[in-house]
Design a protein around this ligand. Structure first.
Ligand code: NAD
Length: 499
């Protein structure tokens, strides 16, 4: 069995804490590696290396920093298949989906190549007699990122690429479920020309996360994961005086209006509900058809599509629609919620509970499930299931459908399927959710826009990637400069406008 490492100061470093976590192949259920879980002392070593390396990197001009990103993009393309395979092996998602995970991260790296332009400050010539005023964006110093299992390439890339191109050093604490790709990304960044110590990977669990939150040298923390941990890290990180942004869980609703193209809506729900086994923060987990006729038509369209879904290991390549979930514990939690749905009176229209795959009986596969007549009080409605389970909540009219999305405590993404521009426009304007799709089921914004939810899906002020990332990873310094021809009048004691 392989022992994974940390990546500190440009080298793979063995863990010294004596603590490890098992890394599974979710398709077979086998433990394929052990990942070391860092102690606070190991985290501290990485932080000190980062703090020593960062000033020289910050002093490297933005164009040179951007060139590292250019080269990194080439290397990501070169190693795409290798990265996707390593990702699928630990996560379980299909190979095309794993390549998409790398690709959506890569696009943020491409955006970061624009750093010389994006980091340009502001300048006011002649703000007063002989006075110029300018603002510049400076890096924070050492930043840290704590990432979830479900996008082991994309989310680390969303964090470290902007942080680093802005001149920071970055410590990545990836998910202990699938840490190999983050380690490979750190190697590639150095191959692209990044100096040692600017990107380090410290593997771990709560102990290393707490050490990050409390470390006095770390200036900022980015977190993506479940809402309770997001809330915890945000609270404790902020009270430690750090800049923190935490992105949490989701329960994304898709409203299907009576005038929607029902085939389009059903196809969209299949991809958005069951893709990646539902392990996406932008998955659609609640379908809200408006009117009984719409609901009946939708269920009729969904059933054969769900029956046709192919579930299997990533090694089957394109022949598989989705793979196993990440761990046996995740599977048990999903099955428990399904049982609660049945017990609480939802109608299980497609029952995947007895799903089993010959030759992969120990794998963490979960068959697709479809619930109808789900109501607001049920656990399957209130909780994030993070599995291949779609709930249909029937609404009598548009206002009732809108209210469902509005009243849920999560507010990551939502979508509406309709041919009516007025309904779509009203929905986009009124719904209190961060990312909206109009006839688009998974409205993940592209790299040059920003990504972030509302309500309990987010803690913090700025979104991920796009212009917000450049704000999050820099602070503004404003200089007022006067170059007088000679000090003629002596000191000034009053605070007054520059006239
Ligand atoms: P998680 O919260 O269990 O873990 C995320 C990270 O936090 C990991 O690095 C983990 O090691 C660490 N962690 C876990 N428990 C901790 C604790 N008690 N104290 C400190 N740190 C701890 O999340 P996950 O299961 O890896 O990922 C799935 C969740 O992430 C889902 O809720 C999903 O919606 C969410 N997610 C959100 C977004 C978004 O952008 N909003 C994107 C992807 C995933």
């Amino acid at each position: 069995m392989q022992d994974l490492t940390h990546y500190i100061n440009g080298a793979h470093v063995k863990g010294t804490s004596g603590r490890f976590a098992d890394v599974y192949n979710p398709a077979t259920g086998d433990v394929q590696a052990r990942v070391p879980l860092a102690s606070a002392a190991e985290l501290d070593t990485a932080v000190r290396v980062a703090a020593a390396a960062q000033p020289a990197w910050a002093a490297t001009n933005p164009q040179r920093r951007a060139r590292v990103m250019m080269k990194f993009v080439d290397l990501l393309h070169r190693d795409m298949d290798k990265l996707a395979e390593a990702l699928s092996r630990e996560h379980g998602k299909t190979l095309p989906d794993a390549a998409g995970d790398v690709q959506r991260g890569l696009e943020v790296v491409e955006y970061c190549i624009g750093a010389p332009q994006l980091l340009k400050g502001e300048f006011t010539d002649g703000a007063g007699p002989g006075i110029d005023m300018y603002s510049m964006r400076q890096p924070l110093g050492v930043s840290a990122g704590i990432t979830p299992f479900n996008f082991p390439a994309m989310i680390p890339l969303w964090m470290f690429a902007p942080a680093i191109v802005c001149g920071n050093a970055f410590i990545l604490k990836p998910s202990e479920r699938d840490p190999s790709v983050p380690l490979m990304l750190a190697e590639l960044m150095e191959e692209a020309g990044l100096p040692k110590g600017i990107l380090q990977v410290v593997n771990g669990d709560k102990e290393s996360v707490d050490a990050i939150i409390d470390h006095p040298i770390i200036q900022s923390i980015g977190f993506v994961g479940s809402t309770p941990i997001a809330e915890y890290i945000y609270g404790r990180g902020c009270s430690n005086g750090k800049r923190v942004q935490c992105f949490g869980g989701a329960k994304n609703h898709m409203i299907i209006m009576p005038d929607a193209d029902m085939d389009q809506a059903a196809d969209a729900l299949i991809g958005a509900g069951y893709g990646a086994a539902g392990e996406r923060c932008m998955a659609i987990s609640v379908a809200v058809p408006v009117g009984e006729a719409t609901a009946n038509a939708l269920i009729e369209k969904l059933k054969p599509r769900i029956d046709a879904l192919k579930v299997g290991p990533y090694t089957a390549g394109k022949d598989v629609d989705y793979g196993p979930v990440v761990t046996a514990a995740a599977k048990a939690n999903i099955l428990k919620l399904i049982e609660s749905g049945v017990a609480q009176g939802a109608e299980l229209v497609v029952d995947g509970r007895d799903f089993s795959l010959q030759g992969y009986e120990e794998g963490f596969f979960v068959g697709p499930h479809l619930f109808d007549r789900v109501t607001k009080d049920m656990d399957i409605y209130q909780k994030e299931i993070f599995g291949p389970v779609l709930s249909v909540v029937r609404a009598n009219d548009y206002e009732e459908a809108l209210a469902l999305a509005m009243d849920h405590e999560m507010g990551n993404g939502t979508a509406i399927y309709t041919r009516d521009g007025d309904a779509a426009r009203d929905f986009a304007n009124r719904v209190n959710v961060g990312m909206i799709g109009i006839n688009v089921p998974i409205p993940v914004p592209l790299a040059y826009h920003t990504f972030g939810g509302w309500k309990k899906s987010v803690f913090g002020d700025l979104n991920q990637h796009g212009p917000d990332a450049f704000k999050f990873y820099t602070r503004t310094k404003t200089v007022t400069a006067r170059w007088p021809s000679g000090i003629k009048e002596g000191g000034e004691f009053n605070f007054k406008p520059m006239d």
